[in-house]
Design a binder for this molecule. Sequence first.
Ligand SMILES: [Zn+2]
Length: 96
Amino acid sequence: MTLASRKWLVAGSVLLLIGFANLSMFVSWLETLGVLAWARRVSDQYLTGTSVTVIAALLILLPSGTVIAICAQRCHVCDAMLLRRGKYCNECGSRV
Ligand SMILES: [Zn+2]
C-alpha cells in the first residue's frame, strides 16, 4: 500500500464519517424539498415487480463491454476474436 493510497483511504474515511454524521440532516433536507415523497410516488407507480424483472432481464441479456466490442475485431476467415491490433489472425494466420 503506497502513501498516496493511504492518504486516499484516510480522506475517504473522514469524508464517510462526516457524511454519516450528517445523514439525518441530509434526509430532512430532502424531505423539505419533497424529493422523498416524489421518489415514493414514482416507486409505487412505476417500479412494480414486473418492471423490475424486465429491467433486470435486460441488464443481464444485453451485451456488455461495448468498449471491447468497438476495439475488438473478428477474423473474416475463422471468426476468431482479435483483441489486439495486428495485421494477421492469431488462429488461422490470415490477413485481417
Ligand atoms: Zn482467423
